[in-house]
Design a protein around this ligand. Structure first.
Ligand code: HPA
Length: 276
């Protein structure tokens, strides 16, 4: 089956389970599953039931698509994502983005957990991603371009929508919490970085480092979506001796910041102007 047919059969299945047509997509990263408690759910579909969808394996990712309403808008939530380090091909990692594209999603809000390399950051901070550096990550657009999905050489001068970034900053001011902004450095993982690597990443101009998001964003930009992405800073990479990072620490920190992030995303969705 070719990619377009694979996408179509996934979309047909999803559309047979719900009546609404969501224009906003949300991808939830590690430990952020609580977001879905804030939505009124119309359909909940296990990834395992969606034709051609890969299945999530990592702890903290439940692997479900939820369709419903939040803040008066129809949304589709990917609760659980596919990481390259799990052994999925690049095409599998970005398959859900293609499905969202064909479902008609125009705005994509992405969350992730990331290690801070900016020493002004603290664990628990939220960092709006204003740009990224893709390091040793296979570009998901390598291969024959499917013109129906996007152009051969997409511009990447502004992968993250300035409008959506301003909206987030404005909401954070109104809701009275601090929002950091910075550059996200994408790595494959699954190892956390060495001390020397964290320092290099900082030298290269990034404020945080993580194992997801970049391939999704490239695909979403190729698909013509307006993209917003935000990291929960779950550890500080530039670290002193004895400061070991574990997946549990990452999940705990992400869980602790989830209410703040949920509130921000909910306000963004509520105030989003879908015409622009
Ligand atoms: N490095 C890479 N990915 C991460 C980190 C980190 O320190 N923290 C959370 N995800």
């Amino acid at each position: 089956m070719d990619v377009l047919q694979k996408i179509k059969s996934a979309v047909d299945y999803i559309e047979s389970k719900c009546s609404s047509i969501p224009q906003i997509g949300v991808i939830l990263g590690s430990g952020l599953g609580g977001f879905t408690e804030e939505m009124s759910i119309e359909a909940e579909i296990n990834y395992a039931d969606i034709p051609n969808f890969p299945v999530s394996t990592v702890e903290g990712h439940s692997g479900k698509m939820l369709i419903g309403k939040m803040g008066g808008k129809q949304i589709v939530v990917l609760s659980g994502r596919f990481h390259y380090y799990e052994g999925y091909s690049t095409q599998e990692v970005v398959f859900p983005i293609r499905v969202l594209q064909k479902m008609g999603v125009h705005h994509l809000l992405i969350t992730n957990a990331a290690g801070g390399t900016n020493t002004d950051f603290s664990v628990g901070d939220l960092m709006v991603i204003k740009d990224h550096i893709s390091f040793a990550i296979v570009n998901p657009l390598i291969g024959k371009n499917i013109d129906e999905l996007g152009t051969r050489f997409p511009d990447m001068s502004e992968p993250y929508s300035k409008k959506l970034i301003s909206k987030a900053i404005q909401i954070a001011k109104q809701e009275n919490f601090e929002l950091k902004e910075g550059v996200y450095f994408g790595v494959t993982g699954p190892t956390f970085e060495t001390r020397a690597e964290y320092k290099l990443i900082r030298l290269l101009g990034a404020d945080a480092v993580g194992m997801s998001t970049v391939q999704e964003v490239i695909t979403a930009v190729h698909a013509g979506m307006n993209v917003f992405a935000i990291s929960v800073i779950t550890d500080i990479g530039i670290r002193e001796e004895e400061n070991i990072i574990s997946h549990k620490d990452v999940l705990d920190a992400a869980n602790a910041s989830a209410p703040k992030l949920t509130s921000l995303l909910k306000s963004m969705i509520t105030s989003l102007d879908l015409a622009s």
